[in-house]
Design a protein around this ligand. Structure first.
Ligand SMILES: [Zn+2]
Length: 116
């Protein structure tokens, strides 16, 4: 997965600081801003069931539908649990990261500023 690298490049370019990776936070956010209590996830289009790009494979369709539905349910649960204990949660789609980096950064900055 290269989302991490792509985002780090965006952080550098837009001078976003204060992030950490691999922090022991519930749900394993891709990036964590401890001071601002912002948890950032980059959701891959396939595994997280992006409405635009996730095509369920036609082989073993039932298996994949169940699997991807479970992934989405877990994402929602993780966001909910984190918010409950005071985190701001930002989720970015893989496709937005590639094409709309500036928009992603704006959402992150809003969350960091306390209004996300
Ligand atoms: Zn997508």
């Amino acid at each position: 997965m290269n989302y991490g690298i792509a985002l780090i490049n965006l952080f550098r370019f837009h001078r976003v600081t204060g992030w950490r990776r691999k922090q022991p936070v519930f749900g394993k956010p891709d990036f964590v801003f401890r001071t601002a209590r912002v948890a950032l996830f980059v959701d891959g289009c396939f595994w997280h069931g992006c409405p635009t790009h996730c095509n369920t494979p036609s082989n073993n369709r039932a298996f994949w539908e169940k699997k991807l539905a479970a992934n989405k349910a877990r994402d929602r649960r993780v966001s909910r649990e984190l918010r409950k204990v005071g985190w701001r949660v930002v989720r970015i789609w893989e496709h937005d990261l590639a094409k709309h980096g500036a928009v992603c950064i704006r959402r992150i900055k809003l969350a960091l500023a306390g209004s996300g």
